[in-house]
Design a protein around this ligand. Structure first.
Ligand code: PMP
Length: 430
C-alpha cells in the first residue's frame, strides 16, 4: 500500500506564503530529503494521524519528548486540570518545587535546578553560569554537537576553526565565535591540546554525552572520563547537554549510564512532557552564582509555567515510578536495530547502525561513524530513498541522516516488525 500526502503538500504551499520556509523550525521542511513535510492532524500512542487521513508509525516522538507515546492520558489530564486554574501567573507555585524535588532526586550530582523554556535557553544559561563561576571566557564544544541556536554554539568545524571558531550562521559575530573552540568528537588528544594551548582560559567543555545531532554517536571508552580529568586538572567545568538523553536513557540520564560526573547538566524535551520546557542544574556551590542569589543573570516570564510544570511533573513521576520503561525502550530499539541489520546485511549494502539505549541511527557508509566527519561520509541519496520509501509505507523516520531516531514506549513489537518488513520492501529494488 502506498500512502499519499497530497493535502500535506497543499498545506505546505500555503504555509510558505506566511512562514519562512513554511516551518517554525528548519529541519521540519524536509530540506535534507526533499519533498513536502507531513502535516499532522493529531497523534496518539505510537502513531501520527496526518491531514490526508494516514496513520503513520512515528520514530521521532516530537524529537524525543513523547517518550510514553503521544497524548499520554495522565499528561493530557494534568494539562487540562492546570489550564482550568489559569495558564500563567508569573509568581511562584508549589508545583515548581515539586518538579524540582523530583528532578533533583532523579538526576545525579544536581542539588538545584532552574526551569527555562527550551533546550537552547538551558544550554545558553549553563554556559553563562560556567563563565560567571570560573571568571573565564572560552568554551570547548564538539563538531556536530548541537546545543541550541544561541550564538556561541553556531560554530562550524574546519581546520582553522579548531582553535579559532568561525561562525557558520551569518549574524554570529567573530567576537563571539572566537571564544568557542572546536574539537572532534571522540578525539581526546585534541581536547587535551586545546586545553594546553589555552591554559587557564577554558570556562567549560560542553558535550552531548551520547551525541544525537549527527545521527547517534556513542562516546568511545575513556573519552568522557578523559575530559572529566582534563576539566578537573584545569579547574574547568564539564557540562553534559542531556536535552536528548536526560530522563530517556535512565532516570539519571547519561550521567547514570556512563558513570561520568558532570558539573552542570542541561535538560529539555522529556522534562516538559511535550510542553516547552528546558532546565539546567548543578551542585549548590555553582547554582549559588545565579540571580537572585548571585550575579549571573538569567530569567524568564513563562519559566515554571503551570501547564508545562504539570505536564513535566506527571511525565517524570510516571518514569520514576516505572523504571522498567527505560529497559523496555532499549529492548524495542534493539529489536528494530537487529531487524534492519538483517535486512541490510542480506542486501549486501554498506551501512552502519549506531545505537545507545533508545537512540539509534542508520548511516549508509562503510566507515565506522564516530564523529561528524565520519557521519558526513554517509550516502545521502540512499538515505533519501530509504526515508521516502518508508514514508510511502507509513513509517516516519527523522528527515535527516544527522538526527537520531527516538523510540517511544507505546510502540508494539508488531509496529517494529511492520517497520522491518517495510524496510525489506524499500531496499528490495535497489
Ligand atoms: N541540546 C540538544 C542536545 C538538542 O538535541 C537540542 C534540540 N534538538 C537542543 C539542545 C536545543 O533544544 P531546543 O530545540 O528545545 O531549543
Amino acid at each position: 500500500m502506498s500512502f499519499s500526502y497530497q493535502r500535506s503538500s497543499a498545506l505546505f504551499k500555503e504555509a510558505q506564503k506566511v512562514i519562512p520556509g513554511g516551518v517554525n523550525s528548519p529541519v521540519r521542511a524536509f530540506n535534507a530529503v526533499g519533498g513536502s513535510p507531513v502535516f499532522v492532524d493529531h497523534a496518539k500512542g505510537a502513531y501520527l494521524y496526518d491531514v490526508d487521513g494516514n496513520k503513520i508509525i512515528d520514530y521521532i516522538a516530537s524529537w524525543g519528548p513523547m517518550i510514553l507515546g503521544h497524548a499520554f492520558d495522565p499528561v493530557v489530564d494534568a494539562v487540562k486540570a492546570a489550564a482550568d486554574k489559569g495558564t500563567s501567573y508569573g509568581m511562584p507555585t508549589e508545583l515548581e518545587t515539586k518538579i524540582a524535588e523530583l528532578a533533583v532526586s532523579m538526576a545525579p550530582n544536581v542539588d538545584q535546578i532552574r526551569m527555562v523554556n527550551s533546550g537552547t535557553e538551558a544550554c545558553m544559561s549553563a554556559v553563562r553560569l560556567a563563565r560567571g563561576y570560573t571568571g573565564r571566557d572560552k568554551i570547548i564544544k564538539f563538531a556536530g554537537c548541537y546545543h541550541g541556536h544561541s550564538d556561541s554554539f553556531l560554530i562550524q568545524a574546519g581546520s582553522g576553526a579548531v582553535t579559532f571558531g568561525s561562525p557558520n550562521s551569518p549574524g554570529v559575530t567573530q567576537g563571539t565565535a572566537k571564544d568557542t573552540l572546536l574539537a572532534q568528537y571522540n578525539n581526546l588528544e585534541q581536547v587535551a591540546d586545546i586545553f594546553k594551548q589555552n591554559e587557564g582560559e577554558i570556562a567549560c567543555v560542553i558535550i552531548e554525552p551520547i551525541a544525537g545531532n549527527m545521527g547517534c554517536i556513542v562516546p568511545q571508552e575513556g573519552f568522557l572520563e578523559g575530559i572529566r580529568s582534563l576539566c578537573d586538572e584545569n579547574d574547568s567545568l564539564f557540562i553534559f547537554d542531556e536535552v536528548m538523553t536526560g530522563f530517556r536513557l535512565a532516570a539519571g540520564g547519561a550521567q547514570e549510564t556512563t558513570g561520568v560526573k558532570a558539573d552542570i547538566v542541561t535538560y529539555g524535551k522529556v522534562i516538559g512532557g511535550g510542553l516547552p520546557v528546558g532546565a539546567f542544574g548543578a551542585r549548590q556551590e555553582i547554582m549559588n552564582h545565579l540571580a537572585p542569589l548571585g550575579p549571573v543573570y538569567q530569567a524568564g516570564t513563562l519559566s515554571g509555567n503551570p501547564l508545562a510544570m504539570s505536564a513535566g511533573l506527571t511525565m517524570l513521576s510516571h518514569l520514576n515510578n516505572n523504571p522498567y520503561i527505560f529497559s523496555s525502550l532499549a529492548q524495542k530499539t534493539e529489536r528494530l536495530h537487529k531487524g534492519i541489520d538483517t535486512v541490510l546485511t542480506e542486501k549486501g549494502m554498506p551501512y552502519q547502525i549506531n545505537r545507545y539505549g533508545s537512540m539509534m541511527s542508520v548511516h549508509f557508509t562503510d566507515q565506522p561513524v564516530i564523529d561528524f566527519a565520519s557521519a558526513a561520509t554517509g550516502n545521502n541519496e540512499w538515505f533519501k530513498k530509504f526515508f521516502h520509501g518508508l514514508l510511502k509505507r507509513g513509517v516516519y523516520l527523522p528527515p535527516s541522516a544527522f538526527e537520531s531516531y527516538f523510540l517511544n514506549n507505546a510502540l508494539s513489537n508488531e509496529d517494529i516488525d511492520k517497520t522491518i518488513e517495510a524496510t525489506r520492501e524499500v531496499v528490495a529494488d535497489w
